[in-house]
Design a protein around this ligand. Structure first.
Ligand SMILES: [Mg+2]
Length: 448
């Protein structure tokens, strides 16, 4: 019997027409078509298991993202499935270290997101082969093995392997009890569904009230296009949810530094909990300035932060109060493990970015690991939740009383239904063919 090999890397450009209802609209992204540059790792194991994952984009450029994933094919095809699943970190380092492709980064942008997709597909395959969800695979792993999954290059001045092992050993204390609590109660969520910029005031109020009734203790509003609109929407939302529900606001990188301070302070009367992405995700010192200028409003960022190196500096510069990992922005589970460890060391809570397509499905695994076997707490920690496109996934998120239910199916919850892939494959899927022929439904407008 020969060992199973990875035999193929399929890459598919999948796009959903979300821009037609202004779902996902914000100050910088008025018309997103949530998209996935989707990857499938196939093996010759004969067990029917495949590794699925994706990079998330918002429409145009998803073909570029797909081409970047395809450029990694030669690193992956032919690898032993067993070896790569036993040590995804080695493949992660090999992909990051490709001596020619790294010119396109290094460790940032389209190429790095492609690496993240492939690495996450390996974790999906590894977890399926192990018969466990990724969060459980992580929490069951030995601290030394987990620590070896992290690339300490460029972060050793902030986090050494020895410190990582110590944090992970400490995280094991009481983990069995926390796992039971996670399975019983889930992990806290907040919802962004009420707050898209393209929504009318009535719709914001209606959805904010519904969020509170559904058990959420935090909502989020998009801001940054027009100050008078933001003040009016914030006042209406605060009146709708009352004083005890947190309202975060999100500017999606709209502002310069001074403007971020002024605008956030102009909303202070309505007690925003955090200001998210006030300015460029690359501006570490700018975030530190904003943080000093808007306290006690907290500063949050991370969904567009390229890699662990920038997160390290945001923490070193005391530039953020809330760290927002994204499952599909950096180099996959391995790099997010590094970022979770950095956040744990610096004592900054992680509240993941999610939404888009599939991001909620993925990132819950990382927060649940963080709770069970790293920081051991959910205090001031919530995972973003948006009620979009979950029906396309085989293991979709479930929310009960404002909490993410812990997934139990083996894998990373990253696999879409074959019917969804076929329908929304761009440009040849059934939906897009019908759309090009003028046969799809007209735009609904914003008054849902
Ligand atoms: Mg955001």
């Amino acid at each position: 019997m020969t060992a199973a090999r990875i035999t193929e890397v399929d890459v598919i450009d999948i796009r959903f027409p979300t821009s037609r209802e202004l779902d996902g609209s914000d100050a910088m992204n008025p018309d997103p078509d949530y998209s996935a540059a989707y990857v499938i790792l196939r093996t010759d194991a004969g067990d029917g298991l495949e590794g699925h994952a994706f990079a998330f984009t918002i429409g145009r450029g998803n073909d570029v993202q797909a081409a970047a994933i395809a450029a990694l094919r030669d690193h992956v095809v032919g690898l032993s499935a067993e070896a790569v699943c036993a040590d995804p970190g080695s493949l992660s380092r090999a992909l990051v270290g490709d001596s020619q492709l790294r010119w396109l980064g290094p460790e940032k942008g389209v190429m790095h997101m492609a690496i993240g997709a492939v690495v996450n597909a390996v974790w999906d395959l590894a977890a399926k082969r192990a018969g466990r969800p990724v969060w459980k695979l992580l929490t069951d792993s030995e601290p030394e093995w987990l620590a070896d999954q992290v690339d300490y290059r460029y972060i050793e001045d902030a986090l050494t392997r020895e410190e990582a092992v110590a944090l992970l050993r400490k995280g094991k204390d009481g983990s069995a009890g926390r796992e039971l609590r996670l399975l019983a109660n889930g992990y806290p969520a907040y919802t962004t569904s009420p707050g898209w910029l393209g929504y009318s005031d009535d719709k914001v109020v209606r959805l904010a009230e519904r969020a509170v009734a559904d058990g959420f203790t935090q909502i989020k509003l998009k801001v940054g296009a027009d100050l008078a609109d933001d003040v009016r929407r914030m006042r209406a939302a605060r009146a709708a949810v009352g004083p005890d529900v947190r309202i975060a606001v999100d500017a999606n990188q709209r502002w310069n530094v001074a403007e971020a301070v002024e605008w956030t302070n102009a909303l202070a009367e309505y007690a925003p909990y955090w200001i998210e992405e006030p300015t460029s995700p690359d501006d570490i010192l700018g975030h530190a300035t904003v943080r000093r200028g808007v306290a006690p409003v907290k500063v949050a960022t991370g969904e567009h932060v390229h890699n662990r190196v920038v997160f390290k500096q945001l923490l070193q510069a005391e530039a953020i109060d809330v760290l927002q990992i994204d499952a599909a922005r950096v180099g996959g589970v391995n790099e997010n493990l590094a970022i979770l460890l950095l956040a744990a060391k610096y004592g900054v809570p992680v509240c993941p970015h999610a939404g888009g397509v599939g991001l909620c499905e993925l990132v819950r695994h990382l927060s649940m690991f963080d709770y069970v076997a790293l920081t051991g707490t959910t205090e001031d920690r919530l995972i973003e939740y948006v009620d979009h496109l979950h029906e396309h996934f085989k293991d979709p998120v479930a929310i009960v009383n404002g909490h993410y239910v812990a997934p139990t199916a083996p894998g990373f919850s990253s696999e879409m239904h074959a019917t969804s892939i076929e329908a929304y494959r761009h440009p040849g899927g059934a939906f897009w063919v019908a759309d090009a022929a003028g046969l799809t439904e007209p735009r609904e407008g914003t008054n849902r």
